[in-house]
Design a protein around this ligand. Sequence first.
Ligand SMILES: Nc1ncnc2c1ncn2[C@@H]1O[C@H](COP(=O)(O)OP(=O)(O)O)[C@@H](O)[C@H]1O
Ligand SMILES: [Mg+2]
Length: 410
Amino acid sequence: MTYSPLETPRPLAGRGPESARLGRLLADARTGQSAVLVLRGEPGIGKTALLGYVAERAAGFKVVRATGAESELELPFASLHQLCGPMLGGLGRLPPPQRDALGTAFGLSSGAQPDRFLIGLAVLSLLADAAEERPLLCLVDDAQWLDRSSAQVLAFVARRLQAESVVLAHDSPATTVAPITLTELDARRDDLKEEYYEFVAPTEYVPHHLPEISELVHAAEKAGDGGVTGFVEAASTLIHEKFSYVKGATHVHSSIEDALKAGAGVCQDFAHLLLSVVRTRGFPGRYVSGYIVPKSTGDPEANLEEVIGGQASHAWVEVWLPGTGWYPLDPTLGAPVGLRHIRVGYGRDYGDVAPVRGVYKGHAGQRLSVDVRVRPALDSDGREQLQKTASVPTELPVEERSQQPEQQQQ
Ligand SMILES: Nc1ncnc2c1ncn2[C@@H]1O[C@H](COP(=O)(O)OP(=O)(O)O)[C@@H](O)[C@H]1O
Ligand SMILES: [Mg+2]
């Protein structure tokens, strides 16, 4: 499919940085530098619109497209055929083994089941051949519905693109959750315990076998729908609703017993409570330590630099769901984990990933505070601005005494 590019495409609302980044990829492709970009996001977030926008801006490019289709999921090479269709004129110029492999895959010639490696090479050659004439833009949309053979070949090609003028933009879905039931989880309990022992076993902060935790497990089972996702979501919501967020209710060394007694805590406690509930039920769970960006700065239109103090330090949980993988939950906010959550590390509990650790040397009576600046990795022109965030080393005062600073995750 070819496009007749518009002179000045209408800009997409609120997509300045993304559009600029895509524009730079196109500019690089014009000078012979290829790139692969994956657009990832929930349905309806605007991925297809961005692909359309980049196609409109690709003046002088040959544009080829493929859209994964659920109905063609089982048809080998269906999407690859769609992508390569406009370039098949170049098939005759490929080395014969590659030409035969691709020709057979597309049903243009008969022969034995073609070699995947040869097909990958053939597609690379075909793209390079097409890009000799003018730069080439390959857009792949709804990649979640690419047939397996096409997806494999495209991944192979994407890893090997070097000097060709090709941009492969590739739309991929948000995590899909496998519909596994709690009964199915139980059948795998021993295997999970063996494989993820450190994330199932009790720890100093997250002891097991507390009666209050067993009550929460039962309540989450009742509130859920019998599925693993329903259970962990219900557990996170229950903890969010049952416990109050109170700064100072607990301290840095508190285990969940203190939070259970107080009925309150900070994010460190909320995370430990959820870990105890999911581990008691047999799920591996890990403590995630990081930062949370305040809502106002999450707006792509806002000027995104903001200084946020110790409050920014945040903790949440990832639970291992069979068939899905690590699934994030934030019982403190009671909201989905998203772009505002900046993940720094994970461990069994707070003790593994405290945000600050070390020996601070300074005057007696001083207090440690931590400033965190969060800003997007791209400026409004799509340029990376990570180097600007490098911090200047601070002069430490003359040693008078030392203390072990530890910061509770609030
Ligand atoms: N930046 C934007 N501003 C306004 N509307 C948008 C924007 N991006 C997408 N849309 C609209 O939102 C809807 C969903 O976008 P779409 O690109 O189809 O999402 P996705 O491909 O991620 O599922 C469409 O109607 C589209 O026109
Ligand atoms: Mg779409």
